[in-house]
Design a protein around this ligand. Structure first.
Ligand code: NAD
Length: 320
């Protein structure tokens, strides 16, 4: 395993991070016993960063991860989120009162006394002013209680992160689907700013939420159809050359040296093994160039997510 510093937090994190949303069946039903084996295998092979959220499986992922981590809590750095729910009659709530309660609920489900990284989930669905003046200050206050150690933000549009980093002393930023074979715009907008500010950079969804796999995207995938079609084409192109597109995608994402940890969603031992095997392997330059050429017409295509005012310029409607 390779480890990196997570910004100026002082935490040392494995460059492959365990994305726990599949444990909440976000990509379809899973076998919980296999999910536990995947978590055990990951820890035994050096993965120390785990990312989850109340939203994943509408609390199921946190419940399961909490159970799987019993007796192993001190071997991992645990990150969860506040603000996005879609249960209990509320979709999003970034108020001080709700996020403080949310942390207590997560602590219970995760069966722990502390959360290493608490993140505001998908800030593009919130009001910018509330996130800056209410949500983040509430979480920063919690640091003093010992319930949380570090505070971060997550989401899809990139410009909003640059803005928040300039206004609030956050520790981490997590973006998804913005640095992988389909989209590298994270580096144009966010990476230099996060680096200069000492904010830990977390890259999620290196498989573009399963587009870059043999199985292909789930039904709910927000990308425009032409992106999904191109995903099927590059998977077939690699298959014909005896390569699994997921391997190439992981090798590509993991080669990024400014990303502290790359979060890949996992619930199967086989996937943990594959993703660890991709560490330090240089993508075949010829194959990579051919795949990037096929993707080029849809590279950096960005979809709308959250409030219109928070979208990145040029974002297109989801599933268009
Ligand atoms: P991903 O690109 O990591 O894809 C995950 C899917 O690919 C799952 O269905 C998984 O079973 C499958 N998979 C994993 N490894 C594979 C392999 N080697 N071969 C074939 N299939 C494989 O997308 P993701 O899960 O959405 O993102 C990773 C994690 O990042 C999430 O689980 C979550 O923890 C985090 N995340 C956070 C946010 C946010 O905070 N807004 C958004 C997206 C993701």
């Amino acid at each position: 395993m390779i480890y990196r510093k997570l910004g100026r937090t002082g935490l040392t994190v494995s460059i492959v991070g365990f994305g726990a949303s599949p444990l909440g069946a976000e990509f379809g039903k899973i076998d919980p016993a296999e999910g536990k084996r995947a978590v055990d295998y990951a820890i035994d092979h050096g993965i120390n960063y785990f990312d989850v959220a109340p939203y994943y499986g509408r609390t199921l992922a946190e419940e399961r991860l909490g159970a799987f981590l019993q007796g192993k809590r001190d071997r991992v750095i645990l990150a969860t989120k506040v603000g996005r729910y879609q249960y209990g009659g509320v979709d999003f709530d970034y108020s001080r009162q709700r996020v403080l309660r949310s942390v207590d609920e997560s602590l219970q489900r995760l069966r722990t006394d502390w959360i290493d990284v608490i993140q505001v989930h998908d800030i593009e669905f919130g009001d910018r002013r509330q996130i800056i003046e209410e949500t983040l200050p509430a979480l920063l206050d919690l640091k003093k209680t010992g319930k949380v150690r570090f505070v971060g933000i997550t989401g899809y549009p990139l410009h909003q992160f640059v803005d928040i980093i300039q206004h609030v002393p956050i520790d981490t930023v997590l973006t998804y689907c913005r640095y992988n074979l389909f989209d590298t715009s994270m580096d144009d907008i966010l990476t230099p700013v996060a680096k200069a500010a000492g904010v830990g950079l977390i890259n999620a969804s290196p498989l573009h939420m399963r587009v870059l796999t043999e199985k292909g995207a789930p039904d709910w995938h927000p990308a425009p159809k032409r992106v999904l079609e191109t995903g099927r084409r590059v998977a077939a192109f690699c298959r014909e050359r005896g390569v699994d597109i997921a391997d190439l995608a992981m090798q590509f994402a993991l080669a990024h040296e400014d990303v502290a940890t790359t979060l890949v969603g996992m619930s199967k031992v086989r996937h943990v093994q594959m993703n660890i095997r991709a560490i330090g392997v240089k993508p075949d330059p010829e194959l990579l160039a051919q795949v990037r050429e096929i993707i080029a017409p849809v590279a950096n295509v960005v979809w709308m997510e959250g409030r219109p005012e928070n979208n990145d310029p040029g974002a297109v409607p989801k599933r268009s």
